[in-house]
Ligand binder design. Structure first.
Ligand SMILES: Cc1ncc(COP(=O)(O)O)c(C=O)c1O
Length: 365
């Protein structure tokens, strides 16, 4: 017996070690670990969402296959018709469904590394070929190079992330407008848009989601993982143009959203005031951590509109810093690939999380 040879050259997705395993290796309890490596929300689930999880009415029954209640609530939240919204088992699921929908074997997907690793992973998983146009050294998108890759490689999808992971910067509006004018389907991942500054409640003025209804080449992906603290429940949503919707409905797995995730997402949308307070707190902490880091030697954070900071480290090994902090139960992210070999990425947590991180960093720098 032999599995499909398509997987022979597909590297497995690399996960970080589970929290419980790390805690037990360090002889700590999981709540003694300061987890600032995966851009989760240290405030956790909102009170009403927590209540909804404790009181789930019918977990023994299959979920609503259309997620109609949630799509209607999201239509209100985003001003996008429910008919143009699809819910995913995390934004990851929507990335995968989009690849399944768009790609025939050998079709190309254009990405701009360093970027979220799921784009390349799902493209390859769904028989696509990945074309890379790296970001410039200042982490801006290289528009001329992207334009010519579109002309010569004819990608089916261009993946953009704004604000971007790992650097945290928003794509300048003019750059984004220009890329949207090109003949390619743009999948714009706005996983962190709610943390962008001066852009209205939950980033509503910075988000391009409303433009999905005005053009047929834009998809916008969002998630409840970051601003609403539902990463472990796996729930995200996307806005898609009319022509894509019927195919997306065919391509996704039935019941891809579990009842707990749907209930918690619905409840989060009823708990917006407290979630907005938490976002504001993360924004304020981001400013404070940048200020504190500016007082330390050998570390420079890039400007960020997200719940994390990418920091370049000088005269010290970034890998070593990550390792030393991990030994104390403080988890941060090290990528180990160019152009990020001298960088660490730290999630902005609650004040106490950030203070613990800053104190430990001070010793290592
Ligand atoms: C840019 C970006 N998009 C999507 C995701 C995944 O979102 P979800 O948890 O909804 O699958 C992440 C997670 O870190 C991310 O950084």
């Amino acid at each position: 017996m032999k599995a499909s040879s398509r997987f022979d050259n597909l590297p497995p997705y690399e996960f970080s070690e589970p929290l419980a395993a790390i805690a037990s290796r360090l002889g700590m309890s999981p709540d003694q670990i300061t987890k600032l490596d995966l851009n989760e929300n240290s405030f956790g689930v909102s009170p009403i969402a927590l209540q909804s999880l404790a009181n789930l009415p019918l977990p023994h029954l299959y979920s609503d296959p259309d997620c109609s209640k949630l799509r209607v609530a999201l239509a209100d939240f985003t001003n996008i018709p429910a008919a143009n919204l699809l819910i995913g088992n995390g934004a990851d699921d929507l990335i995968d469904i989009l690849m399944t929908t768009m790609l025939d074997p050998g079709d190309r997907v254009l990405i701009c590394p360093p970027c979220f690793s799921m784009y390349a992973f799902c493209a390859r998983l769904r028989h696509g070929r990945v074309v890379e146009v790296p970001l410039r050294t200042d982490f801006r998108f290289d528009l001329p190079a992207i334009r010519s890759a579109i002309e010569f490689e004819h990608p089916k999808v261009l993946f953009l992330t704004s604000p971007n992971n790992p650097d945290g910067g928003l794509i300048p509006p003019d750059d984004l407008d220009e890329m949207l004018s090109w003949p390619v389907l743009v999948a714009l991942d706005e996983a962190y848009i709610e943390f962008s500054e001066n852009s209205g409640r939950f980033g509503c003025q910075a988000s391009r989601i409303s433009q999905v209804m005005q053009r047929d080449n834009l998809v916008v992906l969002r998630t409840f993982s970051k601003w609403a603290g539902l990463a472990g429940l796996r729930i995200g949503f996307g806005a898609f143009p009319d022509w894509l919707m019927p195919v997306l409905w065919k391509a996704r797995l039935p019941y891809n959203i579990n009842v707990a995730a749907e209930a918690a997402a619905l409840a989060s949308l009823k708990d917006l005031d407290i979630l907005a307070e938490r976002v504001a707190c993360i924004q304020a902490e981001r400013k404070r951590v940048v200020l504190e880091l500016s007082r330390l030697p050998n570390i420079n954070p890039f400007p960020s509109q997200t719940n994390f900071l990418l920091c370049r480290v000088a005269h010290r090994s970034a890998a070593e810093i990550q390792k030393k902090l991990a030994e104390q139960g403080i988890l941060i992210r090290y990528f180990g690939v160019p152009p990020l070999t001298d960088c660490i990425r730290i999630t902005i947590g609650r004040r106490e999380d950030n203070n613990r991180l800053l104190k430990a960093l001070e010793k290592e720098l």
